[in-house]
Design a protein. Structure first.
Lengths: 277, 238
């Protein structure tokens, strides 16, 4: 059941969304007051009435309301200029909301919490040449923990673990410019995994990958236990890996539901310049 | 080594030959092949143009003159001597720099600069420069390929356009390269911020310099000092 309407008018699933069974337009589900943790898990990422305009006056976000549970895997789709990237930059406080608020892991995203938020939300940018800016792979993966003030021994452990997790163990002394695109993409993921985030946000992770690189990426995404938010045009990737889909257009959430429902609604996809996988 | 070469007296060709032999030996030991450096160092040859006027502006020991219409250039023996020395010195200095970059991984050089107490921001800038030089080069190449792809020649046409027009095209390519780099820098900054960067670079203590390395460093400096001294006092000059 998908809705194609102004998000201000409809309620989002405030229920405890079990992965893959996202119920939409439901009433508030009763949450046991004693069970605060379960409530927090259900609202691990919470966005309320988020508005944002760029300095030149362009309104990129015009009132976003979203709730994402811990461990959910969510696709963020929509045409270019829909506000996906702008929204992603809000998630770890690079953009500051004009109106409204964001909460991650029970913390408000604001100046006070910014350090902890950035450790909590790992942002993987589209172009690995932007993400990997250090002379060596090791320096890059160590950059996050280092600037979080993690002690050196622990940094070495984390770098090793992160590179292991993306299948790039042993590449520590290599130069980013000497890696293939697929390898660079995986190292990009390692650079945020080393910060031990609970939420991972990807911008077009499959762009520019050849079929093998894409398959490796899909396996990698499947292996992650974190909350995963992926902004993409790659609808096959969405169908393969991400059980919930959020459609954005013109700075609004225009649909939010299970991927099966959304991808089954040809009219909706057509209306927002998307295509079925 | 570069400092030593630069400080050698004018006309100390014997000393320069010794320096060249030392460099070539080092290059052979480093398995680069004996003549690779000597060949590679010609890359800096165009910069010698700046020293070329020296041949004509020194008044000492005139060797003859060239008539160029209203100008009369007098070739000076002293000037020629200075020019030759400068040419050889720069050729050897470039070889030294090449030897260093061929044999030492770049991040080790950065570590060394850090160890030598170069300000962190400078080290970071050099690091970024090295990282993005290739990226920038690729972007420039893409632009040029796009231009080449559309620079077809119509049959019977002159093609190519005027010099002014071509200069304008090149100018706007440089401009667009600058804009792209600028935008990239913003994205890189966002990526750095996203990982907790707040304006100060931190660096993990790299491996520290071992005592044996300090010793080797001291010996090399001593040898170079002795060589410099010998070149000033005993080695023949022309």
């Amino acid at each position: 059941m998908t809705t194609d309407a102004d998000p201000h008018r409809h309620e989002h699933a405030h229920a405890h969304p079990v992965r893959g069974e996202h119920v939409h337009g439901h009433d508030h589900q009763h949450v046991d007051p004693g069970d605060v943790d379960a409530d927090l898990e259900a609202r691990w990422v919470e966005i309320e009435h988020l508005h944002y305009a760029y300095p030149d006056g362009f309104e990129a976000l015009r009132g976003i309301d979203l709730r994402i549970a811990r461990g959910e895997r969510v696709a963020l789709v929509g045409p270019n200029g829909a506000g996906k990237s702008t929204l992603m930059l809000h998630l770890n406080g690079i953009n500051r909301p004009g109106h409204g608020s964001l909460h991650v892991a029970g913390m408000t995203v604001d100046r006070r919490n910014i350090k902890r938020i950035r450790a909590e939300v790992g942002l993987v940018f589209q172009d690995p040449d932007d993400q990997l800016f250090s002379p060596t792979v090791f320096d890059d993966v160590a950059f996050g923990p280092l600037h979080m003030g993690v002690p050196p021994d622990e940094i070495h452990r984390r770098v090793e673990r992160a590179l292991e997790a993306v299948g790039m163990g042993g590449f520590e002394r290599r130069l980013p410019s000497h890696l293939s695109i697929g390898q660079r993409k995986r190292v990009s993921l390692a650079t945020v995994l080393s910060m031990d985030p609970s939420v991972l946000v990807f911008d077009e992770p499959s762009a520019g990958l050849d079929p093998r690189g894409r398959r490796q990426l899909i396996e990698l995404l499947r292996s992650l236990s974190q909350t995963v938010i992926v902004a993409t045009h790659d609808m096959r990737l969405v169908a393969d890996v991400l059980p919930r889909t959020i459609v954005m257009d013109e700075g609004l959430v225009v649909a939010d539901g299970t991927t099966v429902e959304i991808l089954g609604d040809a009219a909706l996809l057509e209306r927002h310049g998307l295509e079925r996988p | 080594m570069i400092v030593v070469i630069t400080l050698l007296p004018i006309g100390a060709y014997a000393a320069l030959v010794i320096a060249w032999i030392a460099l070539t030996a080092a290059s052979t030991v480093a398995r680069l092949g004996p003549l690779r450096l000597s060949r590679g160092a010609f890359i800096a040859a165009p910069f010698l143009l700046a020293a070329l006027p020296l041949i004509f502006v020194r008044p000492e020991a005139p060797l003859g003159s060239v008539d160029l219409g209203p100008l009369r250039l007098t070739i000076s023996g002293e000037g020629l001597r200075i020019f030759t020395t400068i040419a050889l010195k720069s050729w050897l200095s470039v070889q030294t720099a090449l030897l260093l970059t061929f044999t030492t991984p770049f991040h080790d050089l950065l570590d060394a600069l850090r160890e030598l107490r170069l300000p962190r921001i400078m080290v970071a800038i050099i690091g970024f420069m090295y990282r993005y030089l290739a990226v920038l080069g690729e972007e420039a190449q893409r632009l040029m390929r796009a231009r080449a792809a559309r620079s077809a020649l119509a049959e019977g046409g002159a093609g190519g356009g005027t010099l002014v027009w071509r200069a304008r095209v090149t100018g706007s390519m440089v401009g667009s390269l600058f804009l792209r780099s600028y935008e990239r820098s913003e994205r890189i900054y966002a990526a750095m911020q996203a990982r907790g960067f707040e304006g100060t670079f931190r660096h993990m203590a790299g491996r520290s310099v071992r005592r044996a390395e300090w010793l080797a460093f001291a010996i090399v400096v001593g040898l170079l000092g002795a060589f410099e001294l010998a070149a000033h006092l005993w080695l023949p000059r022309l």
